[in-house]
Write a protein that binds this ligand. Structure first.
Ligand SMILES: Cc1cc2nc3c(=O)[nH]c(=O)nc-3n(C[C@H](O)[C@H](O)[C@H](O)COP(=O)(O)OP(=O)(O)OC[C@H]3O[C@@H](n4cnc5c(N)ncnc54)[C@H](O)[C@@H]3O)c2cc1C
Length: 460
């Protein structure tokens, strides 16, 4: 909803993206407008940033962008932090080019925002979907002395516009999304801040190198960074352009082929808000309409936005109780069924099972932080038969997913792990262990793909 305080030149920021989170006033005597960056970690196609620039210009104030770097971020480790900081260094440089100071501080994001917000006339924030993201924004809105405006920028269609309830499956949300998305592909024009904040004296971390900052941080270093992915919007755009030019034309045929891997690998960049989904869709729609384009649209728009619908409307999104009743009942009925062999979590993490395909997938996740969708499905489904109860399987799948994937800890992570156990799916023929939940078998994998070739590609 639009607010009564905004300047008139907002035609390129859809009013549905903008929500006032409190009823406080703008403090005309504030020293600057604050954009508290959290989820949308980019300077291009960032509706929240562009909104904040325009507000600062209309108030004749400088704009400061603040970011709270939380060293104990849930399930965060060096792999995630390095990727994120690579992106933030790029953000800092791009903001300076636009006369905007970037203030990075260690601390709880909401606390950092509130501390910087003490001198602000207005706080603008972006939108996060997980429980703690929402709690941070609630706390800021309640505790700040000034108006707080949230601007959504990481979904194409804002979550409540797409649906006002938890959807059952892709088929129940597809029509709304397909009818609405064109309306939300507006590109927010870039403006520079008319009044520079670069010389403002504000305490901040000295952020000139990712390595130097990582060295100062007290974080979990048990998971090493990966070579295949470098963070940042520039890198994301380069990768996506290559995908559109060289790989999109085979996407529909090869999407389920883990050996060819003709996929975009945009998920880590989307997770850290380093690339905008609306930008990706706009670039995609510039291409000739084909089955490949249609198929990519289905993944990026329908499947991804369905997962955000799930975490937004289901309070149990991160635990077993989120599952549909039919799935839980059926899994519980088969909880005591004999398993061929049960493994401990350590054995699974060591990629030490009797299934060479599964072991290769697990090694790839640990080494590369990324796995092709079809192998993720196979990998996750086997955890159900490899563990002693469905509840434990669920916790183990989520634990491994969020620890090792660079795109882990995302709405996509929670919804897709839950999918392994029946979410957004239907009941199938009843079988041991899985009950009515869909199974995937080594034989099925062999029929559909070439898992031997996949194993050959993954180092021991
Ligand atoms: C067990 C399991 C765990 C998963 N864990 C994660 C996770 O932690 N983080 C994550 O981002 N994705 C997860 N996925 C979804 C999917 O596998 C990845 O998003 C995809 O493989 C990322 O690769 P890509 O960007 O090359 O995808 P592309 O095929 O190029 O697709 C483009 C984009 O569409 C979206 N997309 C593709 N497949 C799906 C899907 N099944 N559900 C929702 N959105 C999708 C993603 O945003 C993706 O970046 C998981 C899937 C499964 C089955």
């Amino acid at each position: 909803m639009a607010t009564d305080t905004e300047p008139k030149d907002f035609a390129d920021i859809h009013p549905d993206r903008v929500t006032a989170l409190n009823e406080k006033d703008i403090d005309q005597d504030g020293k600057y407008v604050l954009y508290w960056m959290q989820h949308s970690q980019r300077t291009e196609w960032n509706h929240a940033l562009e909104y904040a620039v325009r507000m600062a210009n209309s108030l004749d104030q400088g704009l400061v962008v603040g970011f709270g770097l939380m060293q104990d971020y849930p399930d965060g480790n060096e792999r995630h932090f390095r990727f994120m900081l690579e992106g933030l260094l790029e953000v800092q440089e791009a903001l300076l080019d636009r006369n905007i100071k970037f203030v990075l501080r260690f601390g709880d994001p909401a606390e950092v925002c509130l501390a910087l917000g003490k001198d602000a006339s207005l706080i603008v924030c972006d939108r996060g979907y997980l429980r703690f993201h929402r709690e941070w924004r609630k706390k800021v809105a309640e505790s700040a002395a000034v108006k707080v405006i949230r601007v959504e920028s990481d979904l194409v269609v804002p979550v409540e516009v797409a649906s006002d309830k938890q959807e059952y499956a892709a088929r129940t949300i597809r029509k709304q999304l397909m009818e609405q998305y064109q309306e939300y592909l507006e590109r927010p024009a870039h403006r520079s801040a008319q009044k520079s904040s670069k010389s403002f004296s504000i305490d901040k971390l000295n952020f000139t190198s990712v390595d130097a900052l990582l060295d100062q941080m007290n974080i979990d270093r048990s998971v090493a960074p990966v070579e295949d992915f470098t963070g940042g919007t520039g890198e994301a755009k380069k990768r996506f352009r290559k995908f559109l030019k060289e790989e999109l034309s085979d996407y529909d045929d090869y999407r389920s082929n883990p050996v060819e891997q003709r996929v975009s690998r945009m998920s880590p960049y989307l997770h850290f808000g380093q690339i905008s989904p609306a930008y990706l869709l706009s670039e995609l729609l510039d291409k000739r309409a084909t089955d490949d384009r249609k198929s990519y649209l289905e993944e990026l728009l329908v499947r991804r936005e369905l997962t955000h619908n799930f975490v937004f409307y289901n309070d149990n999104y991160d635990n077993y109780n989120c599952l549909p009743d039919w799935a839980r009942e059926s899994l519980e009925k088969h909880a005591d069924d004999d398993r061929e062999k049960v493994y401990t979590r350590d054995e699974l993490e060591a990629a030490d099972t009797s299934d060479p395909y599964w072991n290769a997938a697990m090694r790839q996740i640990k080494q590369g932080g990324y796995l092709h969708n079809h192998m993720r499905m196979y990998w996750g489904k086997q955890i159900i038969r490899f563990t002693n109860t469905p509840r434990y399987a669920y916790q183990t799948a989520l634990y491994l997913n969020n620890k090792y994937f660079i795109d882990g800890r995302d709405a996509n992570s929670f919804a897709n792990v839950a999918w392994l156990f029946g979410l957004h799916d239907q009941g199938w023929k009843e079988r041991p262990v899985y009950g009515k939940v869909r199974i995937m078998t080594p034989g099925g994998l062999e029929r559909k793909t070439d898992p031997e070739a996949f194993v050959d590609r993954v180092a021991e």
